[in-house]
Design a binder for this molecule. Structure first.
Ligand SMILES: [Zn+2]
Length: 208
């Protein structure tokens, strides 16, 4: 769970240095703040533990590496145009480095053609109570930003579910529309909050 920011593990090639303009970016700003407020994307050293993206004609638009999710501004988005997995290169339009989990988002968009939105965050509660919640979860723990992690996630994508967990790491919430992916993450979070509160009540009752 202790995800420390270690920098981007691929080479970014800037095809065009320009600010990305797209209507839907406003919605990502909204959900970035929401995730930060609810601690679904907690603050970590060097940034926030979470990244948000949506599909475009050319590829996808994603939050930048180390972006302040609680206060995203217009420069905090890049458009990933192309990805070369074997050479570990990523071709973008934008002004900053894309999220270090861009390979993960890329793999999901390829595998799940029905999905247009990928939200990734770190919800401690859904991980903690997954024994009871039973979300699909990757089998093996892998370092974030690694090819091994992407491979683990791709295995789960075969199940066609829109919310799943990455072992000892976080969650992925998918949607056709932006609000769908955001609301989905919050809905699952609420289930975990209910379990936590019930547990606390039980502990209190036993103590009496
Ligand atoms: Zn993560």
């Amino acid at each position: 769970m202790s995800e420390k920011y270690l920098g981007v593990r691929f080479k970014t090639i800037f095809k065009e240095d320009k600010r990305i303009e797209e209507e839907r970016i406003e919605k990502l700003k909204f959900w970035g703040k929401k995730f930060a407020d609810l601690n679904l994307a907690p603050k970590i050293e060097g940034g926030f533990a979470g990244n948000l993206s949506f599909r475009t004609h050319h590829g996808f638009i994603i939050t930048t590496s180390g972006a302040n999710l609680s206060e995203l501004n217009d420069d905090d988005f890049v458009e990933v145009m192309n990805v070369d997995v074997s050479l570990k290169q990523i071709f973008v339009c934008g002004l900053k480095e894309p999220s270090s989990e861009s390979f993960l988002h890329h793999a999901i968009y390829i595998k799940r053609q029905d999905i247009n939105v990928v939200f990734h965050g770190h919800d401690k509660l859904t991980l903690k109570f997954n024994d009871m919640l039973n979300f699909p979860i990757t089998k093996k723990e892998q370092p974030y930003g690694s090819k091994e992690l992407v491979d683990e996630v791709v295995k789960i994508l075969n199940m066609n579910c829109n919310y799943f967990l990455i072992k000892k790491h976080g969650f992925i919430s998918l949607g056709k529309m932006i609000d769908e992916a955001g609301n989905n993450a919050i809905e699952q979070h609420k289930k975990a909050v209910e379990l936590r509160d019930k547990n606390l009540q039980n502990a209190h009752y036993l103590q009496r």
